[in-house]
Design a binder for this molecule. Structure first.
Ligand SMILES: N[C@H](CCC[C@H](N)C(=O)O)C(=O)O
Length: 284
C-alpha cells in the first residue's frame, strides 16, 4: 500500500495515496493499530482516508461512483475524509488532519481545477472547509461549536476538576489550571478519557491563559494518548475560554508542537489557522 506521512504541529497521520483503499473487513482495527505503531509499523497518531466525490454527491472510489454520501457541490472540490485514531477507533473530526488533507488534495492534483484553494471536506461530523493561504498555512472553517455537557465536575487521582465540555463534532473536556507545568497529563488524561460521564470517551485538554489572547494547552487525545497538538482541541479550548470570560474573539493556542490561531465570532463558525507538512512517501 502506497502512503504518505503528514504532520500538523507534530500531530501526525498516515494518508493513503490516491487509488489506495483500506480493507474494512474483520480485523480492520488491528490493521490501523499496526500502521500507527511507532516500532512495528509506519508510526502515527492516526490514519486518514480521503475519497473524491463526484458532482452528484456520490463517492468516487477508484473511478466508480458509489451510493450518494451527501449533496456535493460540483467542480470537484468535495471530498470525504475519514479519520481513524491510533487505537483503531474512528473519530468524526480531526482539525490537524483537515489542514494536511487540503495540501494533499492540491499536491496530488485531485481537484478538477488545479488553482482551487478551498475544499469541502465531508466528515462524520459534517462539512468543514480548509482554505490554502498564500503564506503556506491553511485556514479551516471548522463549523459551529456544539453544546455537549456544559460545565461538569471530574475527578482523577483524588484531584477535583471543573471542565468546560465542547463538541467540535468530537467531544472535548477543557480544564483550566493555574500552572500547566504541574499537570500530570498521562495520569489524569488516561483516567478522565474514560470517565463514566463520557459514554463515547472524550479528548481531555488542560489549559492556562498565559497572556491576553494566549493560551498554553496540552492534550490527552481519545484513542491516541498525549499528542503534540490537537486542532479540534484547540478550537474547543478557545470556545471554553470565551464561555468563561477568559479571552475575546481570538487567541493563539500554544501547544507542545507549536501554535494554532483560533478565531470565533459569536454565533459563527470556529476558524483554525496553522501549518501542515508532508514528511515522506512510502510503501508498506
Ligand atoms: N482523537 C480525536 C480525533 C483526532 C483529533 C485531533 N487530532 C485533531 O487535530 O482535532 C477523537 O477521537 O475525537
Amino acid at each position: 500500500m502506497n502512503f504518505s506521512k503528514w504532520t500538523g504541529l507534530g500531530n501526525d497521520f498516515v494518508l493513503l495515496e490516491p487509488g489506495e483503499s483500506l480493507d474494512f473487513s474483520s480485523g480492520f482495527e488491528q490493521r490501523i493499530i499496526k500502521l500507527c505503531d511507532r516500532r512495528f509499523g509506519i508510526g502515527a497518531d492516526g490514519v486518514v482516508v480521503v475519497t473524491p466525490m463526484d458532482g452528484d454527491g456520490c463517492l468516487v472510489l477508484n473511478g466508480i461512483s458509489e451510493g450518494p454520501v451527501s449533496k456535493a457541490v460540483a467542480n470537484g472540490v468535495d471530498f470525504e475524509m475519514r479519520i481513524f485514531n491510533a487505537d483503531g477507533s474512528e473519530a468524526a473530526m480531526c482539525g490537524n488532519a483537515t489542514r494536511c488533507v487540503a495540501k494533499y488534495i492540491q499536491t496530488r492534483g485531485l481537484a478538477k481545477d488545479a488553482n482551487t484553494k478551498v475544499f469541502n471536506l465531508h466528515t462524520k461530523s459534517g462539512l468543514v472547509r480548509p482554505a490554502l493561504l498564500d503564506d503556506g498555512r491553511v485556514c479551516v472553517d471548522m463549523g459551529l461549536p456544539r453544546t455537549f455537557l456544559g460545565s461538569i465536575k471530574l475527578t482523577a487521582d483524588c484531584y477535583d476538576f471543573t471542565a468546560e465540555t465542547v463538541s467540535m463534532g468530537n467531544p472535548h473536556a477543557v480544564i483550566f489550571v493555574d500552572d500547566i507545568e504541574k499537570i500530570q497529563l498521562e495520569n489524569w488524561g488516561s483516567v478522565l478519557e474514560v470517565d463514566r460521564q463520557f459514554p463515547d470517551r472524550c479528548n481531555i485538554e488542560f489549559a492556562q491563559v498565559v497572556a491576553p489572547g494566549k493560551i498554553r494547552m496540552r492534550v490527552w487525545e481519545r484513542g491516541c494518548g498525549v499528542t503534540m497538538a490537537c486542532g479540534t482541541g484547540s478550537c474547543a479550548t478557545l470556545v471554553a475560554a470565551q464561555r468563561t470570560g477568559r479571552v475575546g474573539v481570538e487567541a493563539d493556542v500554544i501547544l507542545d508542537g507549536g501554535t494554532l490561531h483560533i478565531k470565533h465570532e459569536e454565533d459563527g463558525p470556529v476558524l483554525m489557522t496553522g501549518p501542515a507538512q508532508e514528511v515522506f512517501k512510502g510503501t508498506i
